[in-house]
Design a protein around this ligand. Structure first.
Ligand SMILES: Nc1nc2c(c(=O)[nH]1)N(C=O)[C@@H](CNc1ccc(C(=O)N[C@@H](CCC(=O)O)C(=O)O)cc1)CN2
Ligand SMILES: Nc1nc2c(ncn2[C@@H]2O[C@H](COP(=O)(O)OP(=O)(O)OP(=O)(O)O)[C@@H](O)[C@H]2O)c(=O)[nH]1
Ligand SMILES: [Mg+2]
Length: 464
């Protein structure tokens, strides 16, 4: 992937829209505009050294035939998204205008951008760091308002600034240690060790705080996975539909209706939840259903929270008790459904060998819409633990990669502090501090290799 190429892509979603944007970036953008854009009087546009908007036409670069009416945005480097010469052709929406425009651009010698390549260039050209680049995608993919807010603050450089600040502190401490190494007579080595321990603790606390904020960010980013499980016909798909507010899953009174896993995102009090409806679990001869049951087991395994649904209008069966055993090690809410019917059993009948003391129990009726708020409340509180109010306050959009480097930075720092506590020589401490500094740098993508960049940006959407 050559950074000297001029790239182009459609930046808007495909389909019938009122306007579509085709963007381009790179050294050849000026020539590109000369070749495919004409003013209303058929002339080539005069491009100033500052950003401008022009009305005109996209034309075929060979025949000069008009392809579409357009608004042209000219954004010379470095004042653009990529920090390179860039432009946007805003044409009429729909597949045809967009495709013809993109084809005209291609025939003028630009190539189609890889996913995330515009943002990658913004990073390579130093306009944003890696944490900001990754936040761009998080922003687009955010599923709740809180997630959007956290991603936006990362995009604005909150994580970047925190890391820069921490690195300054580490560097200062490192410099202090090195002065002692170079000039042992400078002052008492004992004092240097105490300083490493004290200031090291302060830095550690700050990293710890940052990590907590990043962990919250990761919840916002990935959502909490909640799996609805239960034997056939207890109302799992009804509950799924209720959460979604529409008929997504098929509901019938025939046991074994759901065969496949259905996943959707919902927001409960701003908590992004990936809700999963599964096939009712039972022993079955039906091959398709059996595959579905196997998948249900996998979903149970990987869920953060289980909603174990029971039907109170029918006696409890072996299959219900089996599910208690299967999900024994998971965080779960026991949801007793169909309380609008004649009750056939009571929660006390479920022995203590099946119920854990951490289990929460909610009795509902999906049909009569009873106690549904209680269920929502239980889900949110088991998802977030005790500290619900302002939970998202200060959340920083972070991902697994960034969290891993934060952890590593903290480990190196701990090594330095420990070494200082045990009076290990200063040169060993200096090495750990240096390691900490480097690990912090990885969070914001300093000296990051081509492979990792490719991996990160390949997950972006086209045109971003
Ligand atoms: N039409 C359009 N809308 C868009 C974008 C875009 O590329 N095109 N964006 C993205 O896809 C976002 C805006 N992001 C941008 C970020 C920086 C610069 C930019 O030119 N920055 C320069 C100049 C700043 C200034 O004028 O003060 C810089 O940082 O140096 C432009 C867009 C959202 N909306
Ligand atoms: N009386 C009553 N019926 C309910 C309630 N909730 C669901 N049902 C009914 O129970 C039947 C089964 O509902 P589903 O949602 O398809 O059950 P399921 O657990 O997804 O079933 P499988 O996909 O076969 O595992 C349907 O006829 C629903 O209308 C309720 O609260 N009360
Ligand atoms: Mg179902």
């Amino acid at each position: 992937m050559n950074v000297n190429d001029t790239i182009a892509a459609v930046a808007t979603a495909p389909g019938e829209s009122s306007i579509a944007v085709v963007r381009s970036s790179g050294q050849g953008v000026k020539d590109l505009i000369r070749s495919v854009f004409r003013t209303p009087s058929g002339k080539k546009a005069v491009l100033p050294t500052k950003r401008v908007i022009r009305y005109g036409f996209v034309v075929d670069p060979v025949t000069e035939e008009k392809i579409d009416e357009c608004i042209l945005l000219w954004m010379p480097g470095t004042k653009s998204y990529t920090a390179e010469d860039s432009c946007e052709f805003q044409v009429h929406g729909g597949f045809q205008s967009v495709n013809l425009t993109l084809n005209a651009l291609m025939r003028s010698g630009v190539r189609i951008a890889e996913p995330g390549e515009f943002t990658k260039r913004a990073f390579l050209n130093g306009r944003i760091d890696l944490s900001q680049a990754e936040a761009v995608m998080d922003l687009i993919q955010s599923k709740t308002e809180a997630a959007n807010k956290a991603a936006f603050s990362s995009l604005q450089g909150k994580l970047h600034n925190e890391i820069i600040r921490l690195r300054k502190q580490v560097l200062r401490l490192q410099a202090h240690v090195e002065v002692h190494l170079d000039y042992p007579e400078h002052d008492d080595e004992e004092i240097a060790l105490v300083q490493v321990i004290q200031e090291g603790e302060q830095i550690h606390n700050r990293i710890h705080w940052l990590r907590e904020a990043a962990v919250k960010g990761r919840i916002l980013r990935e959502g909490i996975k909640v799996a609805i499980v239960g034997k056939p016909n207890v109302g799992k798909s009804s509950l799924m539909n209720l959460f979604l507010g529409r008929d997504r899953a098929i509901v019938t009174d025939i046991p074994g209706t759901t065969r496949d896993v259905i996943e959707e995102y919902i927001s409960l009090n701003g908590v992004p939840i990936k809700i999963v409806d599964t096939a009712g679990i039972r022993i079955t001869e039906d091959l398709v259903e059996r595959i579905g049951v196997e998948k249900s087991h996998q979903e149970m395994e990987s869920a953060d929270l289980i909603l174990l649904l029971l039907d109170v209008s029918r006696p409890l069966e072996e299959e219900d008790f089996q599910l208690f055993s299967y999900t024994q090690s998971k965080r779960r809410i026991i949801v007793i459904n169909k309380i609008d019917e004649i009750l056939q059993w009571d929660i006390d009948e479920i022995g203590s060998s099946f119920l854990k003391k951490e289990d929460r129990v909610v009795k509902i009726s999906i049909k009569a819409e009873k106690n549904l708020n209680d269920l929502n409340h239980e889900i949110v509180s088991s998802a977030l633990g005790s500290q619900q109010q302002d939970f998202w306050e200060g959340a920083l959009m972070a991902n697994a990669r960034q969290l891993a480097w934060l952890n590593k930075a903290d480990e190196s720092l701990q090594e330095a502090i420990e070494a200082a506590s045990f009076n290990v020589t200063l040169d060993v401490i200096a090495v750990s501090l240096q390691e900490c500094y480097k690990n912090l740098g990885w969070v914001i993508g300093e000296q990051v290799g081509e492979d990792l960049l490719d991996e990160i940006f390949s997950n972006f959407c086209l045109g971003k």
